[in-house]
Design a protein around this ligand. Structure first.
Ligand SMILES: NC(=O)c1ccc[n+]([C@@H]2O[C@H](COP(=O)([O-])OP(=O)(O)OC[C@H]3O[C@@H](n4cnc5c(N)ncnc54)[C@H](OP(=O)(O)O)[C@@H]3O)[C@@H](O)[C@H]2O)c1
Length: 336
């Protein structure tokens, strides 16, 4: 009898907010392994904000996800069957198999990982794409010097948690923005940020800007922007001359929220540099970043936190929750 497994496909495109009926859970046969191929049992699925953009049929840096196709996404798992010389059953691997329990590969985009000192799930978080995003934006765009102040929005999240810790390791003052007192306490007390502001309380530009003046008494030299809207607008007014902004994400606008900026004048008078970036366009730097991040996690210098949903069927609700801040740290789905 054919063995079956589960996958989740994009059933329809969202109109505004994502809803559970934009997804469909399907049973499909476990793939048959051909010559040169590898069958992977996915243990963890990574849920990431970029998936929201792919659900829309609009112009972006990547093509939209097709209706009826398995939702895209990073996965970490173990090789079950291998007809490929580079992989053996039991190897821990990271791939791009999407929202499904099994993945079939010819070895392309499949990387072995060493789980001796770093847990498998961390290769989807601080030692994976989100970690490299933090590393790239901070090191290549923010370029902070010791003693400078770095502001990070979504500071408790997968990317933001790493940015602040790297900034502290570089001798900077790190100021975070996060949603709610529990996340702000974690950002300060566990991640070591110097201050953290609650955007749910400071939900207009005037009050956020006043709070930033206190939290960053010497002004802000670099912004690692994950959110947009009030966070970015308030930060602009507090930036020092020749400040750098790494524009990593604008999650406040992914479901149609207002991300307009009013402090445009600051860009001119403070001679600011704003650079957007897409981490997958800088693959040459991934090995260097991953080596440093892996070392940081293995030695406990880089801490991280995970929100883990249980089972593939829980992925849509977990994804919707992440877009609204219900995750606390890297959002994953445990598949086995
Ligand atoms: N450029 C790239 O190559 C690249 C790569 C990876 C990620 N990113 C971007 O980096 C950002 C963070 O991604 P992540 O994976 O680390 O996600 P995450 O921070 O772990 O989760 C998303 C967080 O965004 C915050 N958020 C959502 N809506 C918000 C709003 N209206 N105002 C303020 N905060 C809001 C929530 O945190 P609070 O509860 O604290 O509000 C939520 O927990 C996203 O914008 C993502 O698109 C970009």
């Amino acid at each position: 009898m054919t063995q079956t497994c589960q996958r989740i496909v994009l059933a329809s495109r969202p109109r505004g907010n994502v809803t559970p009926d934009n997804f469909r859970l399907e049973s499909v046969p476990v793939p048959t392994v051909g010559p040169g191929q590898v069958l992977v049992r996915n243990h963890y699925l990574s849920l990431d904000p970029y998936m929201r953009g792919r659900m829309d049929d609009s112009k972006s840096y990547a093509a939209p996800q097709a209706i009826g196709d398995t939702m895209i996404g990073g996965t970490a798992g173990l090789v079950e069957v291998s007809n490929h010389p580079k992989f053996a059953p039991g190897d821990a691997v990271v791939g791009q198999f999407g929202w499904q329990e099994y993945g079939l590969s010819d070895g392309t985009m499949l990387n072995k990982v060493d789980t001796t000192h770093v847990p498998l799930s961390a290769f989807l978080g601080p030692v994976g794409m989100p970690g490299v995003t933090a590393w790239y934006g901070l090191r290549e765009i923010c370029k902070p010097k010791a003693g400078e102040t770095v502001l990070v929005s979504a500071a408790s999240g997968a990317v933001g948690s790493v940015v602040g810790q790297l900034a502290k390791l570089s001798g900077c003052r790190a100021v975070g923005i996060a949603g709610g007192p529990e996340k702000c306490a974690y950002v300060r007390d566990e991640l070591g940020y110097d201050a953290c502001l609650d955007h749910r309380e400071l939900n207009d530009v005037r009050s956020m800007s006043a709070a930033l003046k206190e939290a960053a008494p010497n002004g802000i030299d670099a912004v690692f922007e994950n959110v947009g809207g009030v966070c970015l607008d308030a930060a602009l007014a507090r930036m020092n001359a020749f400040g750098r902004i790494a524009l990593c994400g604008l999650i406040a606008g992914y479901e149609g929220g207002d991300i307009s900026i009013h402090n445009t004048r600051a860009l001119l008078v403070s001679r600011l540099t704003v650079r957007g970036f897409i981490v997958s366009e800088h693959l040459d730097l991934w090995p260097k970043a991953l080596a440093e991040l892996g070392q940081g996690v293995a030695t406990g210098k880089i801490k991280y936190r995970e929100s883990i949903a249980d089972g593939l069927a829980a992925a849509p609700e977990a994804f919707i929750g992440m877009l609204r801040g219900r995750n606390f740290g890297k959002q994953l789905v445990k598949l086995i």
